[in-house]
Write a protein that binds this ligand. Structure first.
Ligand code: G1P
Length: 302
């Protein structure tokens, strides 16, 4: 019987300082991409890949994420009273199945590896996915689905070719061999290497499928780059012991951990929407002329 990936971990404990003041009282994962929070997109992607159990590793100030994936009686009552049945059904349709969602807190911000380790008892002894909500994809099929489609029991990461200027912001693969055009076998990984020390241009982009063996390394709580317990270090150890793959993802990725990536993602996702597309295209096509005129006149002010 094929091995299925049934559980996914969503590390959502990070502070999101890059988006202050927007994220002062609101988790960065709740920033909307058009009209759905980033974390909602990640959960939808996981569901499209067959994930049945959703494990959030949260921290202080993240309770709106729990509220988001819970029933809202007041809202539902009001929608019902106003006869907004469509909205009501749409809201109910994506609520997680009772008992299939779990929250655990990362009490101290010790790193991504530590966040994943916090979910160890909820994972148990089976392969699991990890999704970082900052990375968002638009492609022929959802990113995690592209991975589960080729999954045969081994650990794997989603990868993208990154240019030299940006490579030091990522976990980077040491490639053992090219298996297929979109699949490489990995012999190790380096977290945020200096540009001249990067072992390749293939970088990890926020999606992982891991065997539970990874917890053996994470149990050691070894500090890596930046003094944090790095998931990448655990993966590098794992790649030395078990077959480990990098899947080149078809489609476009947006780094919603940066303001410019987040703005681009909003435009790209809005252009996918029949109710927004025409208006946005008109705005964007007029924008360049209008913008040039304003910049030439000394800027737009506020
Ligand atoms: C994290 C990981 C890194 C990975 C990146 C993808 O880094 O540590 O290996 O390449 O996500 O977005 P962060 O962006 O949290 O610094």
């Amino acid at each position: 019987m094929p091995i299925r990936v049934r559980k996914a971990v969503f590390p959502v404990g990070g502070l999101g300082t890059r988006f202050l003041p927007a994220t002062k009282a609101m988790p960065k994962e709740m920033l909307p991409l058009v009209d759905k929070p980033l974390i909602h997109h990640a959960v939808e992607e996981a569901r499209a890949a067959g994930i049945e159990e959703f494990i959030f590793v949260t921290g202080r100030g993240k309770s709106t994420i729990e509220d988001h994936f819970d029933q809202s009686y007041e809202l539902e009552e009001q929608l019902s009273a106003k006869g907004k049945q469509d909205m009501l059904e749409a809201l109910r349709a994506w609520l997680p199945t009772p008992g299939k969602v779990a929250y655990t807190r990362q009490q101290e911000p010790l790193g991504l590896g530590h966040a994943v380790w916090c979910a160890r008892h909820l994972i148990g002894n089976e392969p699991f996915a990890v999704l970082l909500a900052d990375d968002v994809f638009l492609g022929p099929s959802p990113c995690l689905k592209q991975m589960t489609d080729v999954f045969e029991g081994q650990s794997m990461v989603a990868v993208e070719t990154i240019d030299d200027e940006s490579i030091s912001s990522y976990g980077v693969l040491k490639v053992a061999k090219q298996v297929r055009p979109s699949l490489v076998q990995v012999s190790g990984l380096v977290e945020k290497p200096r540009r001249e020390e990067a072992p390749s241009n293939l970088a990890v982009v926020g999606r992982y499928i891991l065997t539970p063996k990874v917890f053996e390394f994470l149990d050691r709580k070894q500090q890596g780059a930046g003094g944090e317990i790095q998931l990448t270090d655990a993966l590098s150890w794992l790649a030395g012991l078990e077959p480990f793959y990098g899947v080149k993802i078809a489609g476009e990725r947006f780094d919603c951990g940066s303001k410019s990536g987040y703005l681009r993602a909003n435009i790209a996702f809005a252009l996918e929407r029949a109710d927004l597309r025409d208006d946005l295209i008109e705005y964007l096509s007029n924008l360049s002329i209008e913008r040039k005129r304003r910049v030439a006149a000394g800027g737009a002010g506020r």
